[in-house]
Design a protein around this ligand. Structure first.
Ligand SMILES: [Zn+2]
Length: 270
């Protein structure tokens, strides 16, 4: 085995282990932050019988499988959301690391991307369930994003400040504009507050990443919205939270934005 293979293997083991552990913490965040509870104390307990969860029953994914999705004490079912969030966070981390590794000069963006990936995962599930994006998660992302971009700039010597500002501006103008025009019905103010973080980070990667991310967000939002309307035609007028679509759009913009952007420019002959 070459040295490079060893290092790569070590990094993957690290990403899987820490990714699962952070995913486990995200479960606490997703459950407690919308209720205004502390994410530190008390330790996790079974929602059914309130027995504190022992360390051996708190191992990501494995414990849930061993206990077959039930509390050891009262046999109350434990939602499959818990192992799912842990696995998802691990997958998101591996995907981001892979992306950063094969992206020219952007490997130092990875620390910021890991934080945004995990915060995004928590926001995704909170917005789906509670229809809001809590300030307690969104606002700290502002200084974190600035710090992450400065780190990337210092370490790589490449500063994409101009395209980052353009990306941020596109996201704020479109989402903030829609929020104003619809009077907050189509778009929540939480979406407006999340927009600069996603727009600026995507813009650092490239303006087309920011533009494609935004288009994908509206595209998927429209498709899912129409599908829901079609399947429950006589149903109530449920407001669809838009945060999950912004996050899906941002992920696809990051992953494929540059490729889609240059393919489009090639198509129109630029
Ligand atoms: Zn229990």
């Amino acid at each position: 085995m070459s040295d490079e293979t060893l290092v790569l293997g070590f990094v993957v083991v690290l990403l899987v282990g820490i990714g699962l552990a952070v995913g486990s913490f995200l479960n606490v965040v997703i459950y407690r932050v919308p209720l205004g509870l502390s994410i530190v104390r008390p330790g996790s307990a079974c929602p059914g019988c309130h027995t504190p969860i022992a360390t051996r029953d708190n191992i990501p994914v494995l414990s849930w499988l061993v206990l077959r999705g039930r509390c050891r004490v009262c046999r109350e079912p434990i939602s499959p959301r818990y192992p799912s969030v842990e696995l998802l966070n691990m997958v998101v981390w591996l995907a981001l690391a892979w992306w950063a590794w094969q992206s020219d000069g952007l490997v130092w963006l990875l620390p910021l991307l890991l934080v945004l990936g995990s915060a995004g995962l928590a926001l995704f599930f909170i917005d789906l369930e509670h229809h809001r994006l809590p300030d307690a998660i969104v606002l700290p992302l502002y200084p974190v994003t600035v710090a992450g971009l400065v780190l990337a700039g210092v370490m790589s010597g490449q500063w994409a400040v101009g395209s980052a500002l353009i990306g941020g501006a596109i996201w704020v103008i479109v989402i903030g504009g829609l929020w104003l025009v619809t009077g907050g019905r189509g778009m929540g103010f939480g979406d407006v507050k999340l927009a600069p973080v996603l727009g600026v980070t995507l813009g650092w990667v490239g303006v087309s990443a920011a533009a494609v991310g935004l288009l994908v967000a509206f595209g998927t939002g429209a498709v899912v919205g129409l599908a829901l309307m079609a399947t429950r035609r006589a149903g109530r007028r449920t407001a669809l939270p838009f945060g999950p679509f912004l996050l899906i759009g941002a992920a696809i913009g990051l992953w494929a934005g540059q490729a889609i952007g240059s393919a489009y420019l090639g198509l129109v002959g630029l």
